[in-house]
Design a protein around this ligand. Structure first.
Ligand code: 9D3
Length: 251
């Protein structure tokens, strides 16, 4: 896989890539090129931002240094890769997108600072705009690292444990079941200590669905449910209606 990254704080990106699962992926499995727009500023002071036409607060990132950096990364990677801009007004990044990106040839992440980016750079060069959620960061670098982490851990050979991402795509669209470890005294659901793997699987399946229903019912809305899930959800719904009814009677 080929990944390019454009940022005026390359040290921030680099620091995070030194360690852990993602660091190893980048060193061993990814052709990675990191370039700062400052290298493509045209003045002595390496200016990459300027005041907005029309006035107003804040500064705007200039198009030329960004274009120079994207061209440089493209040249070094020898591939025409999609340019992904991290921006608060992008489409929401999610697991589905991470999976698609993990199966691609690669991409170039572009991060911004300041109030915004010259719209002409976006119009001419950006293929996808992504946001990691509805909160305000001080720049796109941490968002780019979030995207990198989510994508790179999906590459074959990154996790060490080849099974654990499979299990995730099986559990896709719902929350995890609760986990327990030693000591086994008290509070551990007896099924988990029974050694009966069919009933353990059934218990985990039901708990995963129950947690999703209680904490993130929105996740159940966009997925197709099979027969077992529909039956379990029906039971959970009846149970919670009964609890609500009892609550009302007690006051
Ligand atoms: C007043 C308008 N602001 C938009 C909410 C301007 C602005 C604030 C913060 C523009 C850029 C930023 C820096 N954030 C990112 O670059 C960013 C981001 C984010 O702030 N939240 C969630 N996802 C992302 S991806 C990039």
């Amino acid at each position: 896989m080929k990944i390019g990254c454009v940022s005026i704080f390359p040290q921030l990106i680099e620091a995070a890539l030194g360690e852990g699962v993602v660091g190893r992926a980048v060193r061993e499995l990814v052709e990675f090129e990191l370039v700062s727009p400052r290298e493509f500023a045209s003045d002595e002071r390496r200016t990459v931002d300027d005041r907005p036409f029309g006035g107003g607060p804040g500064m705007v990132m200039m198009r030329e240094p960004l274009e120079g950096a994207v061209d440089c990364v493209t040249e070094r990677l020898q591939a025409a890769l999609p340019v992904v801009l991290l921006t608060p007004d992008g489409e929401r990044f999610d697991q589905r997108r991470a999976e698609a990106m993990a199966q691609s040839e690669g991409f170039i992440l572009v991060t911004g600072r300041y109030e915004g980016i010259d719209q002409r750079f976006i119009d001419d060069r950006v293929d996808v705009e992504l946001s990691i959620g509805d909160f305000v960061l001080s720049g796109g670098e941490l968002a780019a690292l979030v995207v990198l982490d989510a994508v790179l851990r999906l590459l074959p050979g990154v996790l060490g444990n080849a099974d654990s991402t499979k299990d995730e795509s099986f559990m896709d669209g719902r929350l995890d079941y609760p986990h327990y470890t030693r000591p086994s005294d008290g509070g551990v659901p007896p099924t988990l200590l029974s050694g009966n793997h069919a009933s353990i699987d059934a218990w985990r399946h039901r708990k995963a669905l129950e947690r999703t229903f209680r904490k993130r019912p929105d996740l159940l809305l966009d997925r197709a449910l099979d027969e077992t899930d529909r039956r379990l959800l029906n039971e959970l719904f009846q149970e919670s209606s009964r609890e609500r009814e009892e609550g009302r009677q007690k006051g």
